[in-house]
Design a protein around this ligand. Structure first.
Ligand code: COA
Length: 330
């Protein structure tokens, strides 16, 4: 059995936070943010809207587009760093319940912005081993809940949203996910972290419950460019695939300058590079499926198109994947 990427769906909350809005909150400017990051605006979940609420909306669309019924799903993996509850239950279990699935295997994974690629690799392994047939993977983030809106170094970057995909078993080799690379290096843990609230917290966790993200932006930027580039170069070489044959390069949407540097290193045309950072900002684990959904919605994604996914995030973690789209275009 092979694992096929059969459908995509996404959900974007209604409220928009523009760069001009941020100008009233911290010492920054629309010009600085756009020039340094490529971000114009990001969407923010409503106060009563949770990560699972957004995730479930994306999942419903992905299930419908795959032509499946909810009961066909035998596993749900949720990639998130902003779960509904920090210790338990998992956001995946809550999503399963909201979908009316009480017996499905459901769990979260923590690989920050690489979470969706990690989830994809787990789904591929479960399907190729014959243990599961239809796996729902979802990246869902309410990063606004863990963003410090007094820190201009981070609050300009992040947004909320969710994206989901169905990975199914197939005997059609042309639809098979070709390869996935994943890796991590915990010696860079302090570049990007939420230092409070866990057993490693340096504070009294009862008094400092906020799990705000902290980032060494400039150092992270340099490691991101190096890691993302090395990773895609190596997955293409390992599979003897030329970058020119990639239809859609779908990188994690953290910063336009990072994406541009990686695209240039691979000699990619602008038309090959999927960009959503301008309107969504960085939505961590949701960023890649939201970007795939964007090319689906705009009818640029067709059956058989080769996608090259490339992600990088806190941990540090990284991952890349060569994935033909097995679903039907819109
Ligand atoms: N508005 C205005 N000025 C700002 C600012 C803001 N929002 N944030 C930082 N600055 C200032 C700094 O204080 C610094 O001022 P100084 O020169 O007087 O000291 C100056 O701008 C340059 O700061 P620096 O951090 O070197 O900027 P940068 O070009 O590296 O851009 C980031 C900052 C965060 C946009 C960029 O480093 C980045 O995108 N990093 C990677 C982020 C990332 O990928 N994170 C997620 C991984 S999944």
């Amino acid at each position: 059995m092979y694992a096929a990427f059969c459908s995509i769906g996404a959900y974007v909350p209604e409220k928009i936070l523009t760069n001009s809005d941020l100008e009233t909150m911290v010492d920054t400017s629309d010009e600085w943010i756009y020039k340094r990051t490529g971000i114009k605006e990001r969407h923010i979940a409503a106060d009563n809207e949770t990560t699972s609420d957004m995730g479930v909306n994306a999942c419903r669309i992905a299930i419908e587009r795959a032509g499946l019924s909810h009961n066909d799903i035998d596993m749900i993996i949720c990639a998130t760093i902003s779960p509904d509850y920090f210790c338990m239950p998992s956001t995946a279990a809550i999503i399963a319940d909201k979908l009316g699935l009480q017996k499905v295997t459901a769990f979260d994974i923590s690989a920050a912005c690489t979470g969706f690629v990690y989830a994809l690799s787990i789904a591929k392994a479960f399907i190729e081993s014959g243990m599961k047939k239809n796996i729902l993977i979802v990246g869902a983030e309410k990063l606004s809940a863990i963003t410090d809106y007094t820190d201009r170094g981070t609050c300009i970057l992040f947004g909320d949203g969710a994206g989901a995909a169905i990975i199914s078993a197939t005997d059609n080799k042309e639809h098979a996910i070709i390869d996935i690379h994943t890796g991590s290096d915990g010696s860079y843990a302090d570049l990007l972290m939420s230092p409070n609230g866990g057993s490693g917290s340096i504070h009294d966790t009862l008094e400092h419950t906020a799990c705000f993200m902290q980032m060494k932006g400039n150092e992270t930027f340099k490691v991101a460019v190096r890691t993302l580039t090395n990773d895609v170069v190596s997955i293409l070489a390992d599979n003897s695939i030329e970058a020119s044959t990639v239809k859609h390069f779908v990188p994690h949407q953290a910063n336009y300058r990072i994406i541009k540097a990686v695209g240039d290193a691979l000699n990619l045309d602008e038309a090959q590079v999927v960009l959503t950072v301008e309107k969504y900002g960085n939505t961590s684990g949701a960023s890649i499926p939201m970007a795939i959904n964007d090319i689906y919605e705009s009818r640029r994604l067709q059956q058989g198109d080769l996608m090259l996914l490339d992600a990088f995030g806190g941990g540090l973690t990284w991952g890349s994947a060569l994935v033909p789209f097995a679903g039907k275009g819109k």
